[in-house]
Write a protein that binds this ligand. Structure first.
Ligand SMILES: [Zn+2]
Length: 310
């Protein structure tokens, strides 16, 4: 059975799948990156994982994978197939496409940025299905974005497009890891809400999910923390939709798991801030943590269709 290898590399763990021609997940597996043993180990772990997946395909589907797609965190030069930088994995200029191609017997390999790859899957297979223009914004430890245009994701001239988490929404706000102050992700990421709620509730172990539960049960301290995060989020999102005019705004990541506790006030806050802008539909992401893997599969299949038509 014809299939491709899809790999989604995170900071600590990797998800992988063999993906069929129709996008079906034929086989799924997980493995640790081994990042505590250094950058060379993580690269070797990825190569070994990919080789094992290839062997699994030969054994169970009668042929080896025809291509591979890999999503990685940090800064990615997709055109050159290089993982330029990852603070999490300690990478600098890793020629991952070439290394994987060699390890996998010369099959074509596509390299993608994790959030843009997840956005590709949300746009084609998930919440954005059928939307010609969308913005995918996962709210996790940080906040990133993927700009969807006609079935592809805009990477920008240098591979930095979509970094909406570093739009400054409160110039007098907290210091951000990027060096600015008051970036949206210092106020509206799941990590920011966790920090704010741990301080407000007096429970150092309380997190963003606990805050959402307290909001749902009517705790006024939680409501204040939540309203502050929603306000910062709406400010950043309105900046984005003023620039991009997306048809759909897809919100994912840990904070979106709060459901209508997030989406109802967020829709109101965005509407209140917008003046002339056309409001996009604001919806939760649909694919959860499989988005990166499904997107990596799409990258691999796209590579083959490009090669055939080229
Ligand atoms: Zn920042």
């Amino acid at each position: 059975m014809r299939h491709v290898i899809a790999l989604d590399v995170g900071g600590t763990g990797m998800k992988a799948a063999l993906v069929g021609t129709d996008g079906a997940l034929l086989y799924e597996a997980r493995r640790a990156t081994g990042r505590e043993r250094g950058p060379d180990t993580t690269v070797e772990t990825i190569l070994g994982f990919a080789a094992d997946l290839r062997a699994y395909g030969i054994e169970h589907f009668g042929e080896s994978a025809v291509a591979a797609g890999v999503a990685v965190p940090g800064i990615v030069d997709a055109a050159r197939g290089i993982a330029v930088y990852s603070a999490n994995l300690g990478w600098r200029d890793v020629p991952l496409r070439e290394l994987l191609g060699t390890r996998l017997g010369g099959v074509p390999v596509a390299l993608g940025h994790d959030v843009r790859t997840g956005g590709l899957a949300e746009g084609r297979l998930g919440a954005g299905r059928g939307a010609d223009r969308f913005l995918f914004v996962p709210l996790g430890t940080g906040i990133a974005g993927a700009i969807g245009i006609e079935g592809t994701i805009e990477a920008g001239a240098h591979g930095y497009a979509g970094e909406i988490g570093h739009v400054v929404v409160r110039p007098d706000g907290p210091v951000c890891s990027c060096g600015q102050t008051g970036c949206m992700e210092t106020l509206a990421s799941a990590a920011a809400v966790t920090r704010a709620w741990a301080a407000a509730s007096g429970d150092p172990a309380a997190d963003a999910a606990d805050c959402a539960k307290a909001v749902a049960s009517g705790d006024p301290r939680a409501e204040a923390v939540w309203a502050d995060a929603v306000d910062a989020l709406a400010a950043g999102l309105v900046t984005a939709l003023t620039l991009l005019d997306p048809r759909m705004l897809i919100i994912g990541g840990g904070l979106a798991e709060a459901g209508e506790t997030l989406f109802t006030p967020l829709r109101v806050a965005v509407k209140e801030r917008a003046t002339f802008q056309k409001l996009p539909e604001i919806v939760p992401a649909a694919l959860g943590d499989t988005a990166g893997c499904l997107g990596a599969g799409l990258l691999a299949w796209d590579l083959l269709s490009t090669e055939v038509s080229a």
